[in-house]
Design a binder for this molecule. Structure first.
Ligand SMILES: Cc1cc2nc3c(=O)[nH]c(=O)nc-3n(C[C@H](O)[C@H](O)[C@H](O)COP(=O)(O)O)c2cc1C
Length: 226
């Protein structure tokens, strides 16, 4: 009889515990969740003023990214570089060809040479590394090779967003389609002809906090035709 009572009490306890868990999860979802259709404001906050967790973080990161051109000279870790490259390689690519190669320049002398040869690249402004996203034309779509530029642009934007999310600074500095710049960079980095650099991205610890530009412009939005 006593054993039966003990079992009954245990069962009731377990049921109560489960009910509490379910109620707590439901309450958390209610308090923290937001409708998928709810737009975020300029700061990436949910218009309903609820915390949106990952959604808020991702949107805020996009809306606050800014080009950084001055760095402290501090080094960044190999893990940070790997994280940046993982994000770059997570980008979409036409037919999922992933026709990319990434050259990481962390050698001081080579960084200096890049800065001298391409002053607009800001590599001599205290950057910890320079990452050069390149298209590998041998991996590009046959007959539609030009898509590599789109693929590498997507990867570069991922790289910039990842740097910003990690508290680092970076800027896209243009190389392709200037044939002169492409050739010069291919020579410096000993790249074969089919490896075409799209841009140079210096990355480092920011030494400046440039103001975020508000680019939202409703005049540039056209529904169902121009
Ligand atoms: C294709 C491309 C080429 C660029 N080239 C350079 C460059 O050579 N030097 C530089 O300092 N910034 C360069 N930028 C960065 C732009 O100047 C910058 O993105 C733009 O002014 C908007 O500012 P924001 O990135 O802070 O929003 C380039 C950006 C792109 C997308």
């Amino acid at each position: 009889m006593r054993v039966e009572n003990r079992e009954k009490t245990m069962k009731t306890g377990i049921m109560k515990g489960m009910a509490w868990c379910i109620a707590s999860v439901a309450l958390c979802l209610l308090l923290t969740g937001c409708k998928k259709s709810t737009p975020c404001n300029q700061e990436g906050e949910c218009a309903e003023k609820k915390e949106c967790g990952m959604k808020k973080a991702a949107i805020t990161n996009m809306l606050t990214r800014v080009s950084v051109r001055q760095f402290t000279g501090e080094k960044i870790s190999d893990e940070q570089v790997e994280q940046l490259l993982r994000c770059a390689m997570a980008a979409p690519s036409a037919m999922n060809k992933q026709p990319w190669e990434f050259i990481v320049v962390n050698d001081e002398e080579l960084l200096g040479l890049l800065g001298e040869s391409f002053p607009y690249s800001r590599c001599s402004n205290g950057a910890a590394v320079a990452i050069i996203p390149c298209g590998n034309l041998q991996l590009a779509i046959e007959g539609a090779e030009g898509f590599w530029i789109n693929d590498l642009s997507a990867a570069t934007e991922n790289l910039l967003l990842a740097a910003h999310a990690m508290g680092l600074g970076a800027v896209w500095t243009g190389v392709h389609p200037s044939t002169e710049r492409v050739k010069q960079l291919q020579d410096i980095l000993s790249l074969p002809e089919h490896i075409v650099p799209l841009c140079i991205v210096p990355v480092g610890v920011p030494a400046e906090e440039p103001e975020v530009k508000d680019k939202w412009n409703t005049e540039r939005i056209h529904y169902n035709g121009f």
